[in-house]
Design a protein. Structure first.
Lengths: 251, 339
């Protein structure tokens, strides 16, 4: 098997006496469509923060394309190809949907410290912004401050920004959370259209979305990885049904 | 999407990204008006000079506070450093003003670079205290090292003419104001350029959402150190100008009230769009001049009252007024084609 795009080896994170992440090992292969599910408080967000470098693990390693990045700062991991979206929108309220990706693209291509040329002034950056905006249906709102966008559009911008970093691995933290029904289809379409060579780990509560999207599902319960497998295996797993699907199947 | 439509969208994206970087005529009118004031009021050259230098000092604070969202209550540290650096250099016989200006800015930048890492941890309160502490320390160092700084007596010195041609100081107060004007304008133009660059965009992103900025690959620490160093250089330049055009420096340059005043000026004028510091400084100094002529004892009362009203009743509205004016009169490159 080739080197996984993202791998966790024996990750442990303690907060005082609480073990939020308990010896978690798993891998996301290149181009994978994988989901991470688990009941509230299972430690999904902590795990994401460990993978992206927002938190430092108490023990264990994180590998990106086979390289140990456990001690690499989160912004440097982004430049190495690991990007994420947030469960609660983390956007720039006064920047526009055209300006925000200009930032990500500049940081990616190494011109982020350029203090002389106009941001996003080069034609290749403009072309890339244009294609991102078109792909996510944001071109009509490109010159509005982000805070004026509808919630659904803001969720789309969340994903567009993460893609502007040109990730090899993309962590999607509940991309459809709170999106009203009429805008939900736009999110689903955007997820379906994500580049196939980008490995995706979807963290989601919405079981319809998970079982439609993922080819492989990992189940996290109380900080531990309880089960991992294809969607039908997970759906058939008695333990998973007991702790998770049974109580939340209609949620 | 068809090719012409894509090109049209690209044109809109390009126009949108460039919209703030272009100079607009209200801005040009602003600078011409400042220049006109210098020539129209030769008898007021000293106070105009003071306002220009205060404007540069407030612009410097705007780079960290308005642009990046980093608070400081000790910005006078760099004003004092720049002033003393230029004064010491001149008193050692190197009386060229531009040399002193570069030296003052350079020393301040160096200390800014060294102290910037102190601002990377903790929140706003930590930063307020750290910056205040650094300015207190530097003020005390200047006090204790009288052999270099003149201590509590300050330092008198003479300064050569700018470019060897234009005497500044008491015999050439209009020259002094013009000198300050040119320096302010050049540094403003650089700051303006910087604000619209990828670097400036990253600073805005750090101010608006540091978590997401990091998640898009922005190394916030390096950017903050870079802008803090730049701002320190700007404040140092303001200090050097102040020293050179008054030909005296004293310990009060490091005083807390200097740091507080410059924040007042910036808040009065509105932070974050670079003109606010200059407008606020002019308003502050004119207000102080007018009110202290009427009631010498109580001018701070009125400044205080103005500030409270400004902050409570509509700082945003008042601060945004010049910007709104600009968007009103500027050609609309925005939603024209779509809606």
């Amino acid at each position: 098997m080739s080197v996984p795009a993202l791998e966790a080896r024996g990750l442990v994170r303690r907060f005082g006496a609480l073990i939020a992440t308990d010896d978690v090992s798993f891998a996301v292969q290149s181009g994978a469509r994988q989901a991470l599910i688990g009941p509230n408080g299972a430690g999904k967000t902590t795990l994401i923060n460990l993978l992206t470098g927002v938190l430092k693990p108490t023990a264990g390693q994180v590998l990106l394309q086979g390289r140990d990045v456990t001690h690499v700062a989160s912004s440097a991991r982004v430049r190495m190809g690991l990007s994420r979206t947030f469960q609660i929108n983390q956007l720039f309220p006064d920047l526009t949907p055209a300006e925000s990706p200009a930032l990500a693209i500049s940081e990616r291509d190494g011109s982020g410290a350029d203090f002389w040329r106009v941001a996003g002034g080069r034609s290749e950056i403009i072309a890339e912004i244009e294609s991102l905006l078109t792909r996510f249906g944001l071109e009509a709102d490109m010159d509005q401050p982000t805070r004026k966008l509808s919630y659904g559009k803001q969720r789309l911008l969340e994903i567009a920004l993460a893609l502007a970093t040109r990730p090899r691995v993309l962590l999607l933290d509940e991309p459809a959370a709170g999106v009203p029904e009429e805008e939900r289809q736009d999110i689903l379409a955007a997820l379906a259209a994500l580049p196939s060579d980008v490995a995706i780990l979807l963290i989601e509560h919405d079981m319809d979305l998970v079982f439609n999207f993922a080819e492989r599902i990992s189940v996290l319960v109380a900080g531990r990885l309880m089960a991992e497998g294809a969607p039908d295996e997970i759906a058939a797993d008695e333990r998973v049904r007991a702790v998770y699907l049974g109580e939340d199947a209609h949620g | 999407m068809s090719a012409p439509a894509a090109t049209a969208t690209m044109g809109r994206v390009a126009a949108h990204l460039h919209r703030r970087a272009r100079w607009r005529w209200p801005e040009i009118a602003f600078w011409l008006a400042v220049l006109a004031v210098i020539f129209a009021l030769p008898s007021r050259a000293a106070i105009i000079n003071e306002a220009l230098i205060a404007g540069l000092f407030a612009l410097s604070l705007d780079l960290i506070l308005g642009l990046t969202g980093i608070v400081s209550l000790g910005h006078a540290a760099f004003l004092g450093l720049g002033a003393y650096a230029a004064a010491v250099l001149a008193s050692q016989g190197f009386a060229d003003p531009l040399l002193g200006l570069a030296f003052g800015a350079g020393i301040a930048a160096l200390v800014g670079l060294v102290t910037a890492p102190l601002l990377l941890r903790g929140g706003d309160l930590t930063r307020l205290m750290v910056t205040l502490g650094v300015s207190l320390m530097l003020g005390e160092l200047a006090n204790r090292n009288g052999w270099l700084t003149g201590g509590a007596d300050g330092l008198n010195f003479s300064i050569g003419p700018v470019l060897g041609l234009f005497p500044i100081g008491f015999t050439g107060q209009r020259n002094a104001a013009l000198y300050s004007f040119v320096v302010l304008f050049i540094l403003f133009a650089i700051a303006r350029r910087l604000a619209h660059s990828p670097f400036g965009l990253a600073l805005t992103a750090i101010r608006e959402n540091r978590l997401r900025a990091g998640a898009l690959g922005v190394g916030a620490s390096r950017r903050i150190v870079a802008i803090y160093t730049t701002a320190a250089a700007y404040a140092g330049a303001a200090g050097a100008l102040l020293a050179e055009t008054t030909q005296i420096v004293s310990l009060d340059l490091f005083d807390f009230h200097r740091s507080a005043d410059v924040m007042l000026m910036l808040i009065i004028g509105g932070a974050g769009y670079l003109y606010g510091g200059i407008i606020g400084a002019a308003a502050f100094i004119v207000l102080r001049d007018v009110i202290s002529a009427a009631t010498p004892e109580y001018w701070e009362f009125w400044i205080g009252l103005a500030l409270v009203i400004l902050v409570l009743a509509g700082r945003d509205r008042i601060a945004a007024a010049p910007r709104r004016l600009i968007t009103l009169v500027a050609p609309r490159v925005t939603r024209g084609g779509v809606a």
